[in-house]
Ligand binder design. Structure first.
Ligand code: G6P
Length: 367
């Protein structure tokens, strides 16, 4: 097993470091003449052009990747997109129009609820696109089209590299949709595609920066409750950061849309409450910063994650983690690295079984 870990103490850390290569393998072959090309699976521009809506379904981390995909599709392709948890979707008698596409995301391709959601979508006459990591899996075989993520085998129960490549495929889909539907022109899509291609290399400094994250984990390892907050993409990333932390370190945390805190949960923020604030989206940066101020005023200990160039007033946060410069829409591909590392080091420092957390399974094939 030690050999399989390739010198890393845990599979999870190894897989976090494999993200860069996995992203390159997932994105690279799908760029033709500087533009995303999904023709490998049979999706045509003509079909994409006629779509009326997209429903994205998955469980756990795959679902969180779907949320990022939804925002990317709406922002770039201006097509209505919806996300639903597979176990909810399958029992909700979903309303699907003939022009709707159901996108099913799953690392294993075997999650029972997700497979059932796919079958239901097909029964209702919708077309289905699977975004799957395991070749030949049940979900891959049952869908109309499949786009494989190329993460390679993921062993740690907590999903890391599979999430990144799921995001990558959703970005490629969003960009191709934008082009097919004329929401963005070739020049704009070309520029954004270039930005997407830059993301894997920009993960490198974040992986190297693990000392800072390890230090932060040492400062927060005895916390019993933590809050994550952010807006838009950063809200979706908050959910994933919180899930990762709960899964492997057993520290309770909640993810909040930053503007929603004041409608209830801020009553829980008192002297020393840890808050991790995600603020990578230029258009709402100031808004999130004012939410940081609200929790700081009530005594919160704040870690702020923001872009390299963000202007952060003195004393606004207790700790600031800076992420490399990239178009805001692709910042989730960078943000995920410190969030995964934070959960990882919290788990290690608290003496938990990082790769095999209690009560959890890598693939849930029962209901
Ligand atoms: C399990 C795993 C999660 C995963 C979820 C969905 O709960 O522990 O890490 O996100 O299933 O799995 P899938 O294989 O469908 O992506």
């Amino acid at each position: 097993e030690a050999a399989e870990k390739g010198g890393y103490p845990h599979f999870m850390l190894k897989e976090i470091h494999e993200q860069q290569a996995a992203l390159q393998a997932t994105i690279g072959p799908r760029i033709k003449n500087g533009l995303p090309d999904l023709s490998e699976c049979g999706l045509t521009d003509e079909y994409l052009k006629g779509l009326t809506g997209i429903h994205i379904v998955g469980c756990g981390t795959a679902m969180h990747a779907g949320m990022v995909g939804r925002t990317a599709i709406e922002k770039m392709a201006r097509l209505p997109a919806f996300t639903q948890i597979a176990s909810e979707f399958r029992y909700s008698d979903p309303i699907l129009h003939p022009g709707d596409l159901v996108v099913i995301i799953s690392q294993s391709g075997e999650t029972l609820d997700t497979l059932a959601a796919l079958k239901l979508a097909r029964e209702k006459g919708a077309k289905t696109l699977a975004v799957v990591n395991v070749v030949g899996s049940s979900i891959a075989r049952a869908a109309d089209w499949t786009l494989y993520t190329h993460a390679g085998p993921e062993i740690a129960v907590a999903s890391t590299k599979a999430y990144s490549v799921q995001l990558a495929v959703m970005y490629l889909l969003a960009l191709r949709l934008a082009l097919a539907r004329g929401a963005l022109d070739e020049h704009e899509v070309g520029y954004l595609t270039e930005q997407l291609q830059k993301a894997p290399a920009l993960q490198q400094p974040l992986l190297k920066n693990c000392d800072q994250i390890q230090y932060l984990a040492s400062q927060f390892m005895n916390s019993t409750d933590l809050f994550f907050m952010g807006r838009g993409f950063d809200y979706s990333l908050s959910l994933e950061g919180s899930l990762k932390l709960k899964e492997i370190s057993y520290v309770h945390s909640e993810a909040y849309a930053a503007g929603e805190l004041k409608h209830g949960t801020i009553s829980l923020v008192t002297e020393g409450t840890p808050v991790i604030a995600l603020a990578t989206q230029d258009d709402v940066f100031e808004k999130t910063l004012s939410n940081v101020k609200e929790v700081k005023t009530r005594g919160a200990r704040v870690i702020l994650l923001c872009k390299e160039e963000a202007v952060v007033p003195e004393g606004a946060a207790d700790y600031v983690v800076r992420l490399p410069r990239l178009e805001s829409v692709f910042m989730p591909l960078l943000m995920i690295v410190p969030l995964q590392l934070f959960a990882y080091y919290m788990s290690v420092l608290r003496g938990c079984d990082v790769d095999k957390p209690r009560n959890l399974a890598k693939s849930v094939t029962v209901e």
